[in-house]
Design a protein around this ligand. Structure first.
Ligand code: PSV
Ligand code: MN
Ligand code: MN
Length: 430
């Protein structure tokens, strides 16, 4: 593990900023107190927040046109964990990593688990990959995996998912996320109903291998790589499949997997209402699966999603969907983007706690649309940055994660230790 942050760097950084943060915190505390809100409670709440990191997010991403590698990119799963540990060390809100197999397949799962534990990291749900062919694979996924016409390709895809569960068990994961790109590019290419029947049949085989305390997350996506009809294209199909499969199957909402202008917060409300909201892949987008940094394009939407989550938590204290980032970084340092995103998602979480639910319900009851909307805007407009900074100080993380990271020289140190591999992609996706 990289020792840069063990040399009192974070403490020095915090000491230099603490007077300013205390002053801002006190000022905000006074303002919130006049609104009847307790900044101490909000700060304690902020400290409970956690969002998992995607192992594939710490490498530079790419598009189907090109990939422009960054300096010091992680070359294997251990180095990916090293970078994730830096993100957690500086933000204090990313204690778990979501692995993707076979990209991150360990030769020894126990060794990997111990390595992560030493870094203070655990493992979130594991992800299967049947959207690419791997070297030496017996049956191609060119025409689908869990939905393929070819029974042998389907069986291979099911076996891969079961292997992911086995590795995940050894790592201490508690969930399997299944996203398949299966679908068709031409009208008539596939029998639409037949493809979903085959999907369900395959998923039943995977579901049967889930341990008792595991969940299976079904991730829908509108399009890409299928450009006419994707088998699991929307939350309705995801919900129907999760219902068919049983209580351990839930729906996962990746924010980028919808048509532009889709009301995602309403999807969240619906899935929560019917007990099928399993978790999120947070990111932001302008067009579709852009995998941009969380909160970078539409922070209000992120807030509105958390507003629904706060409403759901208020109705059921046991409600706890899992949170994960799923981003791709082409023009920024992935560590910086992931830190910023983790903080942006935490920001929306805290802002949603500022919504005065009784007041909102009152305006809704009165059909006072203007004031109801203002009740939300009032919370959204409040700059909770001092709460987030104080939460980090109290958790031993960095007051300003990006500034602390830049001052550390971590990236340049990794550039020396990890020479670039021309054209290589850490995730396998270019
Ligand atoms: C698909 O676009 C997706 O969002 C799924 O979560 C995949 O597993 C991930 O991206 C990998 O790139
Ligand atoms: Mn995703
Ligand atoms: Mn995606």
């Amino acid at each position: 593990m990289n020792k840069l942050f063990d040399r009192g760097q974070v403490e020095q950084h915090n000491a230099a900023l603490s007077a300013d943060i205390n002053a801002d915190f006190e000022a905000l505390g006074g303002m919130l107190a006049r609104r009847g809100q307790d900044i101490e409670k909000l700060t304690a709440l902020a400290q409970t927040f956690a969002v998992a990191l995607p192992s594939w997010g710490v490498g530079t991403g790419g598009t189907r046109f090109a990939r422009f590698p960054g300096k010091g990119e992680p070359r294997n799963v251990f180095e990916k964990l090293d970078d994730c540990a830096v993100i957690h060390r500086l933000t204090g809100v990313t204690p778990a990593v979501s692995l993707h197999f076979p990209w991150d397949k360990p030769t020894d799962a126990n060794e990997l688990r111990e390595y992560a534990a030493k870094l203070g990291l655990g493992f979130d749900s594991v992800n299967s990959n049947t959207f690419q062919d791997q070297a030496g694979q017996a049956h191609t996924y060119k025409y689908g995996s869990l939905t393929a016409q070819d029974a042998a390709a389907r069986a291979q895809a099911v076996a891969h998912n079961i292997e992911c569960i086995e590795i995940g068990k050894a790592l201490g994961s508690k969930g399997l996320t299944v996203w398949v790109g299966d679908g068709s590019n031409f009208p008539g290419q596939q029998n639409l109903r037949g493809a979903l029947e085959r999907y369900l049949d395959s998923m039943r085989g995977i579901y049967a291998a889930l341990p008792e305390d595991w969940l299976m997350y079904i991730e829908h996506k509108l399009f890409e790589p299928a450009f006419y009809a994707t088998t699991i294209a929307d939350w309705g199909t995801s919900f129907a499949c999760a219902t068919e499969l049983g209580p351990k199957a839930k729906c996962l909402v990746d924010l980028g997997h919808h048509a532009p202008n889709t009301n995602i917060e309403m999807i969240v409300a619906r899935l929560a209402q019917f007990g099928k909201l399993g978790g999120f892949h947070f990111n932001d987008s302008k067009y579709g699966d852009d995998d941009l940094d969380s909160g970078s394009i539409n922070p209000f939407q992120l807030f509105l999603i958390f507003n629904e989550l706060a409403d759901a938590s208020g109705r059921d204290a046991a409600f706890k969907p899992s949170y994960m980032l799923d981003q791709s970084h082409n023009v920024t340092d992935p560590i910086e983007s992931l830190m910023n995103s983790a903080v942006e998602v935490q920001r929306a979480f805290v802002q949603s706690a500022l919504v005065d639910r009784a007041t909102l319900a009152h305006y809704q009851g009165q059909n006072d649309a203007l004031q109801a909307a203002q009740a939300l805007k009032h919370a959204f407009r409040t700059d909770v940055s001092p709460i987030l900074a104080m939460a980090r100080l109290r958790s031993g993380a960095a007051a300003d994660p990006v500034a602390c990271y830049r001052a550390s020289g971590y990236r340049m140190a990794q550039a020396e230790l990890r020479p670039a591999r021309a054209g290589a992609s850490s995730s396998g996706i270019v």
